[in-house]
Each structure stands twice: as structure tokens, then as C-alpha cells.
Design a protein around this ligand. Sequence first.
Ligand code: CA
Length: 241
Amino acid sequence: MRKLPRVLVVEDEPAIAELIAVNLRHNGFAPTVVFDGAAAQREVDAVLPDVILLDWMLPGESGVQLAKRWRQHERIKTVPIIMLTARTEESDKVQGLDAGADDYVTKPFSTQELLARIRAVLRRRAPEIVNDTVQVGELSLDAATYRVLHAGRELKVGPTEFKLLHYLMKHPERVHTRGALLDRIWGDHVFIEERTVDVHVKRLRESLGTAGAMIETVRGAGYRLTAQTLAAKPKTDPTPA
Ligand code: CA
């Protein structure tokens, strides 16, 4: 079963935080609520969320300061951030986006609007979480029906290998370090060793059969999924006489 997308809610007004959390839970998300920047930092250090809802006005470090800091942090910078704010000035919106927020929601907002924006940033920044189909060479994966096909033949792939394959197929021809894969696939590299990645890549290659060759080991760097294997190169028919 697919894991629920984790949403970190950084909001110091308990009533609003609770309302958001309840709505997220009812709509297939796993929210965690914290009330200030220090607690938010501890939370992202422990478990990397899939998306962060960040209130602008917080006690201590502001939401804008937090967003700026996280955008420079190698591990956190890819996590989408949606700023929550009571400010309505256009210049405030620009300041929020400049700080590295992906989107901006003005209070009061409707639950439907907030959910739509969360889904939109996830689709843009972490497409492996949202259902869709992806194709690389003769390999295709459908996240909605949980199927992997190679040259029209269905392959059996375990849940972690499926997630790993989905991510590699969404970002083909690029080298991914073990650390980056842990962050994106497992969401939290604090408690898992990098060797775990090697184990799942090995299993994934076995599940893929001949298409396993599409996953290359790049010595000293990590892994890459490529369509440019010998098997995947198009055959050229000899010109008929
Ligand atoms: Ca506030």
C-alpha cells in the first residue's frame, strides 16, 4: 500500500492548526502539527515531510526566515512549501515566493483551496506521490493501477521497488546518489543505511528481468535509469532490394 503524503503544518494558532490537520487527515494526508520554527526544525531533521504548510507570523523565527533557511539546506530544499498568511499585500506575496515558497494561501482560505494547492505543488515537485503513468523506452509504469509493463508484458515488482522505479523513471538519464534516493523514496534517511538502497536496486533489477539492465550503477556516484541500453536501441531494418 502506498504511504500517505506527510504534511508538516507549522502554525501557532491552535484552532487553525487543528482545523487544517483534521481536514488533511480526512483527505488522505498524514499531518504533523508544530507551533514554532524550533519545533519545525526538529521535525524536518527527524522525518522529511512531503510538503510543508508554513505560517508567516510565528513566535521567534518567522515563516519567511524559515523558508529562506530551508531553501539553502541540501536535504530540505526540494520539499514544497506553501506559505499561510493573513497578509494580503502583493509585495508580501512576492516576498514569500522570493523566500522560496512554492505557493501562497491567504487566510481565511477554504479547505478545498488548500487541498488543491497541496496537490498542485506535490504534482510539480514530487510527482512520484501523485498518481500517473510514466514511460521510459519500452518500460511503462502506472501508479494508479500499480502496474509495471515491459514491452507489453506485466512484471511483478514489490512496493519499495515500485516506488524506487517510479522515481527513477520520473527522472531518467540522471545519476541519483544513494542519499538522494533515500530522501525521495524512504522520505527519511536518519534511520536507514545507504546499503538499503543497494539491496532494493538489486531486487528491482531481478524483478525487471531483461529491462533490469536499464538501471545502471555509476561507480562512486549512485544509480541511473536509462533508455539507452543495447536492448532498448531501435532496430534498423535493412532496406529492401
Ligand atoms: Ca501565526
